[in-house]
Write a protein that binds this ligand. Structure first.
Ligand code: GDP
Ligand code: IMO
Ligand code: MG
Length: 432
């Protein structure tokens, strides 16, 4: 079982951090392969809460090595802050965190450009961490990588070239001299700080795979924010789907032997863009309050909707999911009825998958089926049989509809609030 991918099945914030942390007991390497500090993965254990943005969720237990792959965009400042935060809280980081020399560097002006685009009237509600502009540089072949950042002369000349290309846009925000000054502020200190973490992580992972080490691949963001398969253009600028793990970690597709999709028992989204099952009014406010649905990175209230099967079917297809982890079932307690969108109606046709066209994504009408719902506190459930009958019926019907097993059910934030339905799967990974 060399590499198991854990991918977001919806629009992000599905609880990937919790699930990866849970599974990291059975991993030798936990690998992030795309995105940057736009991610916000919350992990709760032993009465402590950690919000991780850039560093894989496997860092919190002193077991696995953690890798930030070449597919990420990394702000040296954000990397420094997150390592310091973890060390301050007693987490051992050095010697077990590895940063790819092939990852791209987010510089202060990427953040300025991100904010400028958002203010232009054509914003999509980004996290304003400079993610999009940095990936733009990568694709335009003017990007600066960690290996360049580590070489002062190369870095200096690449920054000068890069700023020339960007000058016309940047001078609308700040004089170029001030922008350059920001880039080099604390540069030597940051470079020396980063250096011991940096290496060719593709080689590291190749060696690990050859030694039959177990890899856990952690997506940032969700499948519907995928640059190719999400609600374009309301997406992030990388590929959170499983395919992104190969290009973003430098491992072969054949190394990936399992894919767990993480989905909430309902749906949320932050930022703008189509959301067919979006709810307004009391039910949405109730779920937002009970489920504490506010962004980990930006604090924005999350938009709320019912579970959306055409959306999930699409995510299952493009990721090759082998099972689902269903989170936040506890949040639905007390809601009667619970609705599930089983298909869309569009121009007289029934659709069972998420449409590609941005217009159709806005026009589709969800077709709902209702469930009786359940009541009471289910956060103490540890076995499937501990759940109320109607909660079990909800999960079993989702499995039937999607043709995919729900192998993990999560009923609370902390590690122990987890029901494992596929014990063999865990035994194979030495997780208990
Ligand atoms: P991620 O970005 O996919 O890692 O998800 P986030 O951490 O941004 O958001 C998920 C939130 O739900 C976090 O605060 C988690 O601690 C929390 N969470 C995860 N699973 C459960 C669950 O089963 N029940 C409840 N109540 N909270 C959960
Ligand atoms: P995690 O890892 C939810 C959204 C932003 C915006 C779009 C593009 O916690 O699931 P970006 O800053 O990436 O250019 O913004 O993507 N977005 C997320 N939404 N969870 C995330 O991460 C997100 N990361 C980005 O809100 O709509
Ligand atoms: Mg999140």
């Amino acid at each position: 079982m060399p590499a198991l991918a854990v991918v977001g099945a919806q629009w992000g914030d599905e609880g990937k951090g919790k699930i990866v942390h849970y599974l990291s007991r059975g991993a030798d390497f936990v690998v992030r392969y795309q995105g940057g500090n736009n991610a916000g993965h919350t992990v709760v254990f032993d009465d402590k809460t950690f919000a991780l943005h850039l560093i894989p969720s496997g860092i919190l237990l002193p077991l696995a090595h953690n890798v930030i792959g070449n597919g990420l965009v990394v702000s040296p400042r954000a990397f420094y802050d997150e390592v310091k935060m973890l060390e301050k809280r007693g987490v051992k980081v050095r010697g077990r965190l590895h940063l790819s020399t092939g990852a791209h560097v987010i510089l202060p002006y990427h953040i300025l450009l991100d904010a400028l685009r958002e203010q232009s009237g054509r914003g999509i509600g980004t996290t304003k961490k400079g993610i999009g502009p940095c990936y733009e540089d990568k694709v335009a072949r003017i990007g600066i990588r960690i290996c360049d950042f580590l070489e002062p002369n190369t870095f200096k000349s690449l920054v000068a070239q890069n700023l020339k290309v960007r000058a016309a846009e940047l001078v609308r925000i700040k004089p170029l001299a001030a922008i350059t000054k920001d880039v080099f502020k604390n540069y030597d200190r940051l470079r020396r700080f980063l250096a011991p973490f940096c290496r060719d992580t593709s080689i590291l992972l190749e060696q690990a795979l050859k030694r039959r080490k177990r890899l856990l691949l952690e997506s940032a963001q969700g499948s519907m924010l995928d640059l190719d398969f999400g609600t374009y253009p309301f997406v992030t600028s990388s590929n959170p789907i499983t395919g992104g793990a190969c290009t973003g970690a430098g491992i072969a597709p054949s190394a990936v032997t399992g894919v767990i999709g993480v989905s909430k028992a309902y749906t949320t989204r932050v930022g703008l863009g189509p959301f067919p099952t979006e709810l307004e009014g009391n039910t949405a406010s109730y779920i937002r309050n009970v489920g504490k649905e506010y962004g980990t990175t930006t604090g924005r209230p999350r938009r709320i909707g019912w579970l959306d099967l055409p959306q999930l079917r699409t995510a299952i297809r493009v990721n090759g999911m082998t099972s689902l982890a269903l989170t936040k079932l506890d949040t639905l307690s007390g809601i009667h009825p619970i609705k599930v969108c089983t298909a869309y109606r569009h121009k007289g046709k029934r659709l069972s998958d998420f449409p590609v066209s941005r217009r159709a994504q806005l026009e589709v009408e969800p077709v709902y089926e209702s469930f009786p719902g359940f009541s009471g506190d289910i956060s103490g459930a540890r076995r499937f049989s501990d759940l109320p009958l109607s909660a079990r019926a909800y999960i079993l019907q989702i499995e039937r509809w999607l043709g995919l097993p729900v192998s993990i059910v999560s009923v609370g934030q902390s590690r122990d609030q987890t029901i494992i339905r596929d014990k063999k799967f865990l035994q194979a990974r030495n997780i208990n």
